[in-house]
Design a protein around this ligand. Structure first.
Ligand SMILES: *[C@@H]1O[C@H](CO)[C@@H](O)[C@H](O)[C@H]1NC(C)=O
Ligand SMILES: *[C@@H]1O[C@H](CO)[C@@H](O)[C@H](O)[C@H]1NC(C)=O
Ligand SMILES: *[C@@H]1O[C@H](CO)[C@@H](O)[C@H](O)[C@H]1NC(C)=O
Length: 363
């Protein structure tokens, strides 16, 4: 799987030419973020019809000190990576759009935009009853900005594109009330087809620096306690098997991007492996609980959402791997972000984000 030679030709596409530098110090003017709650910076909050929300206390309590719509106690992975690059945090697309409509802003922000919507998957049908913004609609929002000339195409080429999505598709596969019609393998192939289409489209729109992040061990989330048949004394193996299958397909996609899409460079963030290391040696990473949600209720703290009636919250959220029933704590996100930023090939490959951020591509 980790074949250094396969990637060497990607480097022949790169030049160390003299280029303009951005105030960040890296050659990245902006970041475009797509995906689910791992990245959502508040889009769902601006979508009043959406049933997947985290815009109430105690979400945001450890860092922003107020709810922002993010599904954790502080910053997400997208936020940390933006900070490492030296860019202001990307605004939710729906917030920026409202500001343009009501006249409080003239242009879309130059540092990029966050399109992610909590609850969404790579499959359009996932959580549609919650009115989440599908990956395909997120892409449509980006396309509309390009078509209306809101974004500078030269800057888009130098920008980073982040995608993290698929956990909700796989978790939904195990819901007892909508029995799946596809086998686990066929379902994962459908998912990968959507990711492939997504990459195809963003490439056509000018994306050249693409980061695809693997799913974490979704079968270990405290919310598995709501699924009949899921073990609560260990992770849900059947679910993690699907996740690993998806991740493998995702990495295969990353590996073919440089040849299939000339001029593009892609990286695969090995989030699954990274989180398993935290779980295997919690104290080394500052955790004292890698099993239960800090904020929630019932078995594993996974039976209700944090902030909903009856919840309790732990005193040290950042000693927990999980903040709520589905989502990591800010501390977990920070560790993952550091691994993706300057980690070695076991964390992100063929190059890390710090290297990718300083790469100049031939236009
Ligand atoms: C989804 O949106 C429709 C209106 O478009 C609304 O009737 C419905 O209640 C919404 N669902 C949720 C879960 O909020
Ligand atoms: C414009 O919209 C933004 C985002 O919803 C909001 O924060 C701001 O208060 C609005 N301003 C006006 C003048 O309506
Ligand atoms: C980026 O690369 C240049 C050489 O091309 C180097 O001088 C500079 O220090 C690098 N910047 C960062 C922030 O790594």
């Amino acid at each position: 799987m980790n074949d250094d030679k396969k990637f060497s030709h990607a480097w022949t596409l790169l030049v160390c030419s003299v280029s303009f530098r951005h105030s960040s110090g890296y050659k990245v003017p902006s970041i475009y973020v797509f995906g689910d709650s791992i990245f959502d910076a508040g889009n769902n909050h601006y979508n009043k019809f959406c049933g997947a929300q985290a815009d109430f206390p105690p979400y945001g309590s450890s860092f922003f000190h107020h709810p922002t719509g993010r599904f954790t106690n502080g910053r997400t992975v997208a936020d940390f990576l933006s900070q490492f690059i030296g860019l202001p945090l990307q605004k939710p697309f729906l917030e920026a759009q409202l500001e343009l409509i009501n006249g409080t802003r003239k242009n879309y922000p130059p540092n990029g935009i966050n399109f992610a919507s909590a609850g969404s998957g790579v499959l359009p049908a996932t959580n549609q009853d919650l009115n989440v913004t599908t990956l395909q609609t997120q892409l449509g929002q980006f396309i509309s900005l390009i078509e209306q000339n809101h974004l500078d195409s030269k800057l888009v080429q130098q920008s980073l594109f982040f995608l993290e999505s698929g956990s909700n598709d796989i978790f939904s596969y195990f819901y007892p009330f909508d029995a799946p019609t596809l086998t686990p393998d066929a379902y994962v192939q459908e998912m990968l087809k959507q990711v492939h289409d997504f990459v195809d489209q963003i490439y056509k729109l000018g994306a050249r620096k693409i980061a695809l992040f693997s799913l974490g061990p979704v079968g270990c989330v405290p919310a598995r306690a709501i699924l009949p048949g899921a073990p609560t004394d260990k992770c849900y193996g059947k679910m993690n098997k699907m996740v690993k299958n998806f991740n493998m397909g995702l990495e295969n996609l990353v590996n073919v991007i440089p040849t299939k899409y000339p001029g593009a460079i892609a990286v695969y963030g090995a989030v699954y492996k990274t989180v398993q290391l935290f779980r295997a040696n919690p104290s080394l990473y500052g955790f004292n609980d890698v099993t239960n949600a800090c904020c929630g209720y019932g078995t594993l703290g996974g039976l209700i959402q944090c902030g909903k009636e009856g919840y309790t919250v732990c005193s040290k959220p950042d000693r927990h791997l999980f903040w709520d029933y589905f989502h990591p704590s800010e501390h977990t996100y920070k560790l993952i972000s550091k691994a993706l930023w300057n980690g070695g090939r076991t964390r992100i490959r063929p190059i890390n984000l710090k290297t990718l951020a300083n790469v100049t591509l031939i236009p």
